[in-house]
Design a protein around this ligand. Sequence first.
Ligand SMILES: Nc1nc2c(ncn2[C@@H]2O[C@H](COP(=O)(O)OP(=O)(O)OP(=O)(O)O)[C@@H](O)[C@H]2O)c(=O)[nH]1
Ligand SMILES: [Mg+2]
Length: 302
Amino acid sequence: MAFFNKILEGLSKTKKNISNQLTGMFDSFTGANDEFFDELEELLILADVGVEVSTDVTEQLRETVKQNGLRGSEEIRQALANILEEVIDRPDQKLKTSTKPSIILVIGVNGVGKTTTIGKLAMKFTGDGKKVLLAAGDTFRAAAAEQLTIWSERANADIVKHGEGSDPASVIFDSISAAKARGADIIICDTAGRLHNKQNLMNELAKINRIIDRELTDADKEVLLVIDATTGQNGLIQAKEFKKATGLTGIVLTKLDGTAKGGIVFAVTKELDVPVKFIGVGEQADDLQEFQAHDFVKALLQ
Ligand SMILES: Nc1nc2c(ncn2[C@@H]2O[C@H](COP(=O)(O)OP(=O)(O)OP(=O)(O)O)[C@@H](O)[C@H]2O)c(=O)[nH]1
Ligand SMILES: [Mg+2]
């Protein structure tokens, strides 16, 4: 239940938007007519669900209502919940970290919450008794390694860092060697969100990715793209570029506590064809939650 309550709390802004409007819609429900479906579609689009997904969901609901002869607002609301859940429920939602070591590469544009997410993840893993090694792969920004060092101390994790301006790929290489030598369970790699230009960044990430594949061929590898939920559809455009450079295994959607448009969860899953694995609903260590489709939809529609 912790997840559910935390989501409810973290999503209070989102709830004010989608949830209250949906509730309002169902409260003043007079029948599943065109007006009802148009209003629903518009509401979903405004909540960042994305045009395509909003249209799809509305069409599916229309079909379900027709086929099953649904009439009451409660049964229609439940049908909508099922459809929404299906959009974001994926079998690959859980992080794969069973090999020793396994590796998590964390990428995304600057300021989205990569380093904070890494700190939170590190605390989760060390809390579970795992030996964690953090790789300070953001060598571009002066304070980046420092920020990661603070998290490493808090989480009781090892850290490998080089000087500012050094080659990030060599930090990752050294981190992998150190993890093997020290018997670490999980390596979590921080990366820069910004270099001199975007192509540089994409090339750098592709290089890091190749080193990981070469040095840890059989290891479980996660490439997590961090997206700031408050940037809405812009986040999606960035995501497509990152996906091209490295391939992605999952999304971490941060700052859901700061947006009234939680619908981005649906757009991200569908348009990138990648599961949301974690959501961030605040700045504290326990504000990173494993994503659970059922509870998320339940929280939205409550
Ligand atoms: N409200 C809220 N703030 C968050 C969340 N996740 C991260 N932040 C804040 O976002 C800011 C940026 O976080 P960082 O972790 O430094 O972001 P980054 O992606 O590493 O940034 P660069 O290193 O500059 O690329 C910090 O002030 C974090 O505390 C979240 O889920 N909710
Ligand atoms: Mg950072």
